[in-house]
Design a protein around this ligand. Structure first.
Ligand code: PLP
Length: 489
């Protein structure tokens, strides 16, 4: 009797196996799902409570892009797109990228995953990334690049490179408010109680210092002993902390202190780099010459996941050399499609002058935000800006007498209500993962000035309508608040 013909023994109480099916087909999605169906499926099989919370507040439904910078929600509301956590440099379906992609897909497809062959696409991206970094810091002229599939993975590579290069050192230094991702090593460098607590013990030791405080750094290095410090890991502008720009001279000084002691510096430019903050690299613009730079988000053009770790060749060769040159690798990193999109993305940022545009639009936007803060001090605690990264910190809402609620929910409630009000007035914005009261606006770098101006007009309208954060509560049915409390607890 053949194996396939063998009858599976029946187990009492177990259902007989069903033939494998695919309940949702690509044509179902292409044809457009009925409104609400995607939410239903996500609640059933995806990140249930997050989807439910967004849905409760009417901000989680599907969006249909109208232009690269504008979309329509399921109720036909027009929205300016300023979400996407700084991962969308050009907006939705940006024609210069799409045209290239069609040509790429219609042409002779190169090998998709050239792990054991040379790849012209990968070579081009490696060369260009190193050239961009070396243009700002010539010491990087012969640096190397490792590719990965996310920001966190680019940080993991940086951690391993630093460990291998300084085997006697034990301790990483990072900063309060930092966000480096949620894989295990990256999470160990992301000092957030909410994200870290369930996963301890994490990678250690890690010494977390106040951001922007040179004295604290100096003191910590003396306490730990510089020989024991593997690397200082720093975001040149903290994104998820709610857009925190360090004091003038801080980055340069961090670099000099590290160099004096032979400590490595890892600049995490996953959010700040490749134009977003008005520079190719915010670290080098601040006078820092990092040993390792991590990149991701915009490198994939808002379409494909691409992470990259640029590293000085002498650090690289401590990990990857000779017979050990496969010590760090992955299956998909450097794949041809990802590299083609990355190459074209770098080209668009360069050729369309998006770095300079981000600087100019950033200055314009920050001026608008400052005017809003001056006009609405009871609503806005502070405004933040670095190129095309904008943030509004909402004043703490103090409604417990009106709405009895767990105080831990208040920060999330403030940003949820602000995001909801913005959505209703036509702006799709995003949370800050490490600073819940800061709502961020990360529009595409290509966004025309008129659209950007419309976005700020709409933000202003929200502030004029509500004037104080707690007033936003009045627009939410008590049932919704009760449901939020139930989900959150
Ligand atoms: C500075 C920084 N580092 C790392 C990451 C993690 O990137 P990813 O979400 O692609 O893993 C992020 C994501 O927001 C980031 O802003």
């Amino acid at each position: 009797m053949s194996l396939s013909a063998a009858k599976a023994p029946e187990v009492k109480g177990m259902q007989a196996p069903q033939p494998a099916t695919l309940p949702v087909r690509s044509h179902d999605v292409l044809a457009g799902m009925p409104s609400g169906r995607a939410t239903e499926l996500e609640v059933a099989h995806g990140n249930r409570d997050f989807v439910r919370i967004l849905d409760l507040f009417g901000i989680g439904g599907e969006l249909r892009p109208l232009t690269p910078w504008e979309a329509e929600d399921e109720e036909g509301r027009h929205l300016v797109l300023a979400g996407s956590y700084a991962a969308s440099p050009f907006g939705e379906a940006y024609e210069p990228l799409m045209t290239f992609l069609r040509t790429y897909l219609d042409g002779t497809m190169p090998l998709a995953f050239p792990q054991q062959t040379v790849s012209a696409w990968r070579a081009a991206v490696e060369t260009n990334l190193v050239a961009l970094l070396a243009a700002a810091m010539p010491s990087h002229v012969d640096s190397r690049v490792l590719f990965s599939n996310s920001g966190a993975e680019a940080v993991e590579a940086a951690i391993k490179l630093a460990r291998a290069a300084r085997p006697r050192a034990t301790t990483f230094v990072n900063f309060v408010g930092a966000y480096h991702g949620k894989t295990f090593g990256a999470l160990s460098l992301t000092p957030s109680e909410a994200y870290q607590a369930p996963f301890r013990p994490l990678m250690g030791p890690v010494r977390t210092l106040p951001y922007g405080d040179l004295e604290a750094l100096d003191l910590a290095l003396r306490e730990i002993g510089p020989d024991k410090v593997t690397a200082i890991v720093i975001e040149p502008i903290q994104g998820e902390a709610g857009i925190v720009v360090p004091p003038e001279g801080f980055l340069r000084e961090v670099g000099e202190i590290a160099r004096r002691h032979g400590i490595l510096v890892i600049a995490d430019e996953i959010q700040s780099g490749l134009g977003r903050t008005g520079h190719w690299f915010a670290s080098t613009a601040g006078g820092l010459d990092p040993d390792i730079v991590t990149l991701a988000k915009p490198l994939g053009g808002g379409l494909v996941p691409v992470g990259a770790t640029i590293v000085r060749h002498e650090v690289f060769s401590k990990m990857q050399s000779g017979t050990h040159s496969k010590r760090h690798s992955n299956t998909f990193g450097g794949g041809s499609l990802a590299m083609a999109v990355a190459l074209r993305s770098l080209e668009i940022i360069h050729d369309e002058g998006l770095v300079e545009k981000a600087r100019a639009d950033g200055a314009y936007g920050l001026e608008r935000l400052r005017a809003m803060q001056a006009a609405h001090p009871a609503f806005i605690e502070s405004v933040r800006g670095a190129g095309m990264l904008f943030g509004i910190q909402v004043r703490t809402m103090a409604p417990p007498r009106l709405v009895p609620m767990d105080p831990e929910l208040l920060p999330i409630l403030s940003s949820l209500l602000f995001l909801r009000a913005l959505h209703r007035d036509g702006v799709h914005a995003c949370f800050s993962q490490n600073s819940l009261r800061v709502v961020r606006f990360t529009p595409a770098l290509t966004m025309p000035r008129e659209v950007l101006s419309t976005m700020f007009d709409r933000v202003e309208r929200v502030l004029e309508t509500h004037s104080k954060p707690w007033r936003m509560l009045m627009t939410v049915p008590p049932k919704t608040l009760a449901q939020l409390a139930r989900i959150a607890l």
